[in-house]
Design a protein around this ligand. Structure first.
Ligand code: BDP
Length: 694
C-alpha cells in the first residue's frame, strides 16, 4: 500500500492513552463530517486504552446537545453566546470552545463542529485532566487568528521544473504523484489529523508557481481535488488552490487575462461555478502575480487591486477568499543601481492600493521585506494597510534555514516577529516618542471584526518516512500551528508539548535532549551563516551552503556590497535607498541611526567599515570571526548531545537525526571557513586568535 514505511509523527496511539483511560462522554448528534471525525477519535482513544470507563471523567459536547443536560447548560450557553457575537468575535467563537469543571470532571463545550474538534484536541493535550480548572469557572478558548493556513508548494509530478515539491526537503508530495492525485491517501488522512490537532484551518494544495499542468487542477482536475477536500473537510480544514493569473489563456480559452475584460470575467465566473458545483465549501485561491516571472495584471496596465478583485468577485457568491501575495518585486534589477531596492518593492506597490481590495481578499505579506532570511526586519507593509485584510506569511519549510539538514527551531523567530510592536515602545532605546499600548504584529494581522486576517506558512512535509526529512523539523510544523491559535505561547513550552505527544512514554532525557538541541538552534544557525542581518550568502539556485558572492552580481536584488573597506546595504533616508522611511516612528529613526540600529540588523540598514564597533563592543569583522567559530562549535555540541538518547527513541529515528547532525557539523564548518576567510581577505584585518584559514 505504500503506507508501511512511514513513522508516526506526533499523536501516536500511546499519546491518547491517558485520555482514553479517563473516559470521554461525547454528546454530539448529527452526521456533520467533523462531528463524525470526533466520534471516531473518541472511540479510538477508548480502544487504545482498552477501557470502557464509566462514569467518564471528561465530557465533550456540542452546545445544542448540551443545553438540556443539567450541569452543562451554563457552558453551552456561554459557547453559543461566543459564536453569536458579530464579526470577528463570533467567527473565532465558532471555532473555539468553553472549558468548565463539573465536580472534578472536565467539560468541554463548543457551538460548532470545528470548535468541538479543537476541544477534543485540547483534551488530548491535557489528558482530560481537570486539575487546572476551577469549579464554577467557564474558560473560553478561542483562536487568536481567523486565518490559520498552510501553503504547500507541491507540484503534480517529480519532473516538474522544481521537482515534486518546490523548496521541499522531505521527499515527494503527500498527495500528488505521476501527474495526478495519488490513489492511496491514507497518509493525507493522518496529516489532516495532525494539522487539526494544532489548530490549522486552511490548506493550499499546490505550488504558488503554477505551471500548465497544475493550472488544470482548477478545471479538468477538480474531481481529483475533491477527494483531497473531503479528507481535509473532515478535519475541519478548508481547501484552496494556487491559480495562474493567466489561466484564461493557458487553458486555451482566451487570448487575454486582462482583469477588466468581460470575457475574462465570465471565464472566472464559469470556472468557479464548476468548482463549487463539485466542492461546495471550496476555500478559494492563492495567487502569485507579477512576481519572479509569473503573469499578472501589470501586463495590461492594471493594478493588483484590479487583479485581486476580479477573482474575488467571481468567488464572492460562494463565500470564497483570494489570498493575494504581496511578494512583488523586480527580479531583473541592475545591481549597479543602488536606487533600486528590493526591500522597498512590496510597500511601494501596495500601499497606494489600501482600501481598494474587496472584503474577500487577504493580502499575504512575507514576514520580512526580502525573502524568508534567518534575520530580517519586519515587512513595513504590514504596518501600512489599515483598510486591507492581512496575513503574515512565514516559511516553515527551511529553505534559508538549513533545508531540514540543519536543526533550526523557528518558533523563537516567529514569536519575536509576532511580539514586535511596530509603533514602539523601543526597549533599550529612547522610549519618549512611543506608545506603550501600541499593537503587536500578532494583533495587527489578526485584524478587526470587519477585516479579519491571520497567518499563512509554507509547509515542510513530504512523503519522507519521518514526514519532514529531519525528524526534529516536525517541531516547527507543530509550533507554527499552535502559534496561529495562540501567538503568545512560549516556544520552549511548545517543544515540551511536541515531545510529550510524539514520544509519549519516553525517558525524560528525551525532552532534555530535544531542548538542548533546539532551544537555541535558530541563533546557532544565524551565528555561522550570513552575519548581522545581511542575508543571502547562499549558493544560487538551490540556496544550500555558503557562497558569499553567489548572488552579488546577479539581477535578484539580494546584495551585500562588500568591498575592501566595508559591507552592508545603505537603506537610510539620509544617504541610501530610503527604506527606513517605510517604517512608522519610532522604528524609522531607530533603524536610520547607526547609534540605535540593533546589531543583528546592522548590515540590513547600513554600509559600515569592518572596523565599525557594534553595541556588543566587538568590531564587525571581529564579530564575524567570533560568531562563526562559536556557531560551528555549537553545532558540534548539538551533535554530541543527541547521543544521550541512543536507545531511548526508535533506532531509525535516532539514526536519521544523527546523520543530519553530522551534515550540520560539516556544513557549519564550511560556512565558518568560507565566511571568515572571505572577510579576512576583503578587509585585510586578521583574527587576533588566528582562527581563520588564510
Ligand atoms: C523564494 C523561493 C521560491 C519561491 C518564492 C515565493 O526561492 O522558490 O517561489 O520564494 O515565495 O524564497 O514565491
Amino acid at each position: 500500500t505504500g503506507t508501511a514505511a512511514w513513522h508516526p509523527a506526533w499523536l501516536p496511539d500511546e499519546a491518547l492513552r491517558p485520555l482514553g483511560a479517563r473516559g470521554v462522554r461525547l454528546l454530539a448528534s448529527g452526521d456533520d463530517p467533523v462531528v463524525t471525525t470526533v466520534r471516531a477519535e473518541v472511540d479510538h482513544a477508548a480502544q487504545t486504552a482498552g477501557t470502557t470507563t464509566t462514569p467518564a471523567r471528561a465530557t465533550l459536547a456540542l452546545a445544542s446537545d448540551a443545553l438540556a443536560v443539567p450541569g452543562l447548560r451554563a457552558a453551552a450557553e456561554h459557547a453559543l453566546a461566543l459564536a453569536e457575537r458579530p464579526g470577528l468575535a463570533g467567527l473565532l467563537g465558532a471555532q473555539g470552545f468553553v472549558v468548565a469543571d463539573d465536580e472534578g470532571a472536565l467539560v468541554v463545550v463548543a457551538a460548532q463542529p470545528r470548535g468541538l474538534l479543537a476541544g477534543w484536541h485540547h483534551l488530548v493535550r491535557t489528558g482530560g485532566d481537570a486539575s487546572g480548572a476551577t469549579a464554577g469557572d467557564l474558560v473560553a478558548h478561542v483562536p487568536s487568528q481567523a486565518v490559520r493556513m498552510l501553503d504547500h508548494w507541491d507540484n503534480l509530478a517529480a519532473d516538474s521544473p522544481m521537482g515534486p515539491v518546490e523548496r521541499g526537503y522531505a521527499g515527494a508530495s503527500l498527495w500528488f504523484a505521476d501527474g495526478r492525485v495519488r490513489d492511496d491517501l491514507t497518509r493525507v488522512e493522518h496529516y489532516a489529523r495532525l494539522l487539526a490537532h494544532t489548530g490549522i484551518n486552511a490548506v493550499c494544495l499546490n505550488n504558488v508557481n503554477v505551471h500548465a499542468r497544475e493550472s488544470a487542477l482548477l478545471t479538468s482536475g477538480i474531481e481529483q481535488v475533491a477527494r483531497l477536500a473531503a479528507i481535509f473537510r473532515a478535519a475541519g480544514i478548508s481547501t484552496y488552490l494556487a491559480v495562474d493569473f493567466a489561466a484564461p489563456i493557458t487553458s486555451g480559452a482566451l487570448r487575454t487575462s486582462d482583469p477588466l475584460d468581460d470575457d475574462v470575467r465570465a471565464w472566472w465566473e464559469r470556472t468557479f461555478a464548476d468548482v463549487y458545483a463539485t466542492i461546495p465549501d471550496f476555500g478559494g485561491v492563492v495567487v502569485k502575480a507579477d512576481s519572479e516571472g509569473r503573469p499578472g495584471p501589470f501586463a495590461y496596465g492594471r493594478s493588483h487591486a484590479d487583479g485581486a478583485n476580479l477573482l474575488a468577485r467571481a468567488l464572492a457568491p460562494y463565500g470564497g477568499t483570494v489570498f493575494w501575495r504581496a511578494f512583488v518585486y523586480d527580479h531583473r534589477q541592475d545591481w549597479r543601481d543602488r536606487g533600486t531596492d528590493r526591500a522597498r518593492a512590496a510597500y511601494d506597490h501596495f500601499t497606494p492600493l489600501d482600501g481598494r481590495f474587496d472584503d474577500n481578499v487577504v493580502l499575504q505579506v512575507k514576514l520580512g521585506p526580502i525573502d524568508f532570511q534567518v534575520r530580517e526586519p519586519l515587512s513595513p507593509l504590514l504596518t501600512a494597510m489599515p483598510r486591507t485584510r492581512l496575513a503574515m506569511e512565514l516559511q516553515v519549510t527551511q529553505e534559508y534555514t538549513g533545508q531540514q539538514q540543519h536543526a533550526c527551531y523557528l518558533a523563537p523567530l516567529w514569536r519575536e516577529a509576532l511580539d514586535f510592536r511596530p509603533w514602539g515602545p523601543v526597549e533599550l532605546w529612547d522610549t519618549a516618542a512611543t506608545d506603550p499600548d501600541a499593537q503587536t504584529v500578532a494583533e495587527v494581522v489578526r485584524g478587526t471584526d470587519a477585516l479579519p486576517g491571520g497567518l499563512v506558512a509554507v509547509a515542510n512535509v513530504g512523503d519522507d518516512p519521518f514526514w519532514t526529512g529531519h525528524p526534529l523539523a516536525q517541531a516547527n510544523l507543530y509550533a507554527y500551528g499552535r502559534l496561529t491559535w495562540d501567538p503568545t505561547l512560549d516556544p520552549s513550552a511548545l517543544l515540551d508539548e511536541w515531545v510529550a505527544l510524539t514520544f509519549p512514554q519516553a525517558d525524560p532525557a528525551v525532552a532534555r535532549t530535544v531542548h538542548a538541541l533546539l532551544d537555541e538552534s535558530w541563533h546557532v544557525y544565524e551565528s555561522y551563516t550570513a552575519p548581522l542581518g545581511i542575508g543571502f550568502m547562499v549558493r544560487p539556485g538551490h540556496h544550500y551552503g555558503p557562497d558569499v558572492d553567489g548572488y552579488e552580481y546577479t539581477p535578484w536584488g539580494t546584495y551585500h556590497f562588500a568591498d575592501r573597506d566595508g559591507i552592508g546595504v545603505d537603506r537610510t533616508r539620509a544617504t541610501g535607498t530610503g527604506f527606513t522611511d517605510q517604517f512608522p516612528a519610532p522604528w524609522r529613526d531607530v533603524y536610520e541611526s547607526l547609534e540605535t540600529c540593533p546589531d543583528e540588523l546592522l548590515l540590513f540598514f547600513h554600509h559600515v567599515p569592518y572596523s565599525h564597533v557594534l553595541h556588543s563592543g566587538a568590531t564587525v569583522v571581529q564579530h564575524v570571526y567570533d560568531t562563526h567559530v562559536a556557531g560551528a562549535q555549537a553545532a558540534e555540541r548539538m551533535r554530541d548531545t543527541w547521543r544521550d538518547v541512543r536507545g531511548l527513541v526508535p533506532d531509525d529515528l535516532y539514526a536519521r537525526v544523527a546523520e543530519r547532525l553530522d551534515e550540520q557539523v560539516r556544513s557549519a564548518a564550511e560556512w565558518r571557513d568560507q565566511i571568515t576567510t572571505y572577510f579576512w581577505r576583503k578587509s585585510g584585518i586578521p583574527d587576533p586568535e588566528n582562527r581563520v584559514i588564510p
